[in-house]
Design a binder for this molecule. Structure first.
Ligand SMILES: O=C(CO)COP(=O)(O)O
Length: 214
């Protein structure tokens, strides 16, 4: 299973969480990575943890003030990027442009979507993976795998119908090892999570619990 920890803009220490993710990664067969804010990418990558961006823009080098360039993200040490997170939604043409920009820079891509219908559209753009995250469950602590397991199964089917090479992650409310196992049982190859680790008093202990049954 792939466990991608999105730090959003939570007031945590990104380097401390990165070190915890790195250390736990060494003790599990699961693949762990962390997605800090763009400004923290280089510091986080220096810890040696697998580092992801939260977003890249559909642009090239040039006159694009305030944008995030895929090549700069890669130069800072990121190996992948989220695109179209529910908190950073893009138009279809821009999702496509961001996937192409990420590919150009050699970044792995996970395109997020709210529901199985959008997952089919996202998979058609040819990312490495898609992630289904019902927005109403994000940050609630109620895992999507428990609250609405059909969403995960339908997302896996929708992606498979379009492109069987595109793997499916799920996210929203995931905070325990049981939640991760349940996601895997529903066909997901990984999970996206945030508050369960980034807001935990002890992020390392929270991560250890998450990967324990894997
Ligand atoms: O948005 C998410 C991950 O990208 C999910 O957030 P929570 O894990 O806090 O529900």
């Amino acid at each position: 299973m792939f466990v991608l920890v999105n730090l959003k803009t939570y007031p945590c220490d990104p380097v401390a969480v990165a070190e915890a993710v790195r250390d736990v990664d060494e003790s599990t067969d699961a693949r762990l990575a962390v997605a800090p804010q763009a400004a923290d990418l280089a510091r986080v990558a220096e810890t040696g943890v697998e580092t992801w961006a939260q977003h890249v823009d559909p642009i090239e080098h040039g006159s694009n003030t305030g944008h995030t360039l895929a090549e700069s993200v890669a130069d800072a040490g990121a190996v992948g990027t989220l695109i179209n997170h529910s908190e950073k939604r893009l138009k279809l043409a821009d999702i496509d442009g961001s996937v192409r920009a990420a590919e150009r820079a050699g970044l792995e891509t996970v395109v997020c979507a709210n529901n199985p219908e959008q997952i089919g559209a996202a998979a058609a753009l040819g990312p490495d993976a898609v992630a289904v995250e019902p927005p109403e469950l994000i940050g609630t602590g109620t895992p999507v795998s428990q609250a609405d397991p059909d969403i995960v199964e339908d997302a896996v089917e929708a992606a498979d119908n379009v492109d069987s090479e595109v793997s499916v992650l799920c996210g929203a409310g995931i905070s325990t090892g049981d939640d991760v196992v349940a996601a895997g049982d529903l066909g997901a190859e990984g999970v996206l999570l945030a508050s369960g680790v980034a807001k935990a008093d002890d992020p390392q202990a929270a991560l250890e619990d998450l990967v324990d049954p894997l």
